[in-house]
Ligand binder design. Structure first.
Ligand code: F0G
Length: 355
């Protein structure tokens, strides 16, 4: 019998763990890198496009990679409770790993903007969910203060173990492609994930072989929540991509460093572009991601339109799809073409479907 090892076991030699670290795992990682031929054709792109579908993680987002590390290390260090602020996915992941570790999980969420799938996860896993009368940035400030004062382990991406765990996605991409991609497109919210990927690519390049060279990191914010692009804090961030509705990212500076070191970009896409990309990837590749994840595709489309890739023939592009579409079914239903209502009658249905 072959059983997939936990992410920590698989990449032990690259992580700050020892044989004493209790591994809290839900079999995260090892997500598919999907060749997106239909999408390339639809967009008129001649290179190779791959989608790293992080929605296939156990709680449906990339957060699980970081959370297995953060919670395992919290247990190793004797912690009895974890705390986080979240736009939804971090809370879903933290609460699941806390349940597995049988410790308390306290989550602060912004008022009214959490996708229903994410909230249902947190409550089912038994987290103590507090909805604050403020946004993500306010919630993050509060949990940072509380974790400094009380025995609560902060599991937002300020926690270095989160970044460590998340960098493993870059290793998997290198292993799957046999090299690093030329370009990586991804959403940017609190900017932990772009920091983690860049670290992952750099590690792998250094430790494995120089053929795993470094990609250009192409990070995208939503235009109503684009502090890094605008160059100032956004007091009231707004976007349909609620996962990245963040006005003052923790890893702002590192994201700028990643952009500059990799000769990439941090740019923005509109909600309209996000929704278009969200539908295109679902309809051409059969992959349902959440709106924040479609930001990767929206950014890629924007750069194809700008003729950014001069000679795309031999280019390898990876777009990170950070979370599963089932997290946020309300947006899908609201934005899909309307459902046709018919009588339960064969003749009428035959006529309606055009036979
Ligand atoms: N995509 C999804 C689906 C996310 O949930 C997030 C962040 C991001 C992208 C952005 O990643 O913050 O590392 O730049 N979600 C956090 C949360 C903020 O609370 O779940 P980032």
């Amino acid at each position: 019998m072959i059983i997939y090892k936990s992410l920590i076991e698989k990449y032990k030699k690259y992580l700050t763990v020892s044989n004493k670290t209790p591994i809290i795992s839900l079999n995260e990682g090892n997500t598919p890198l999907i060749f997106a031929k239909n999408l390339s054709e639809k967009l008129g792109f001649n290179g190779e496009v791959y989608l790293k579908f992080e929605g296939m993680n156990p709680t449906g987002s990339f957060k699980d990679r970081g959370m297995t590390m953060a919670v395992s290390k919290a247990i190793e260090n004797g912690s009895k409770a974890i705390i986080c602020a979240s736009t939804g996915n971090t809370s879903a992941s933290a609460s699941a790993y806390a349940a597995k570790a049988q410790i308390r999980c306290i989550v602060l969420i912004p008022k009214g903007k959490i996708a229903v799938g994410k909230l249902s996860q947190a409550v089912m896993h038994g987290a103590e969910v507090l909805e604050i009368d403020g946004n993500f940035d306010d919630a993050l400030y509060i949990v940072r203060e509380l974790s400094n004062k009380y025995p609560l382990t902060l599991v937002n991406s300020i926690n270095p173990y989160r970044i460590e765990g998340q960098k493993t996605a870059a290793y998997e991409i290198c292993e799957n492609l046999g090299q690093a991609p030329d370009y990586q497109f991804m959403p940017v919210g609190n900017a932990g994930n772009i920091t983690a990927y860049w670290k992952g690519y750099k590690d792998y390049n250094k430790m494995e072989s120089s053929k795993y060279y470094l990609p250009k990191m192409m990070g995208f914010q939503a235009s109503g929540a684009a502090p890094i692009v605008e160059g100032h804090i956004i007091k009231k961030p707004e976007t349909i991509a609620t996962a990245i509705r963040i006005g003052n990212p923790t890893s702002w500076k590192t994201a700028e460093e990643v952009r500059d070191d990799s000769k990439g970009v941090i740019d923005k896409v509109t909600d309209e572009e996000i929704l278009k990309a969200y539908k295109i990837v679902a309809a051409t590749e059969g992959i349902f991601c959440e709106p924040a994840s479609a930001v990767s595709i929206a950014g890629f489309i924007k750069y194809i339109k700008q003729d950014y890739f001069k000679n795309s023939n031999s280019i390898k592009v990876v777009c990170i799809l950070t979370g599963h579409g089932l997290k946020d079914p309300d947006i899908a239903i609201a934005k899909a073409t309307s459902i046709i209502k018919v009588k339960s009658n064969i003749n009428e249905i035959t006529k309606t479907i055009g036979f």
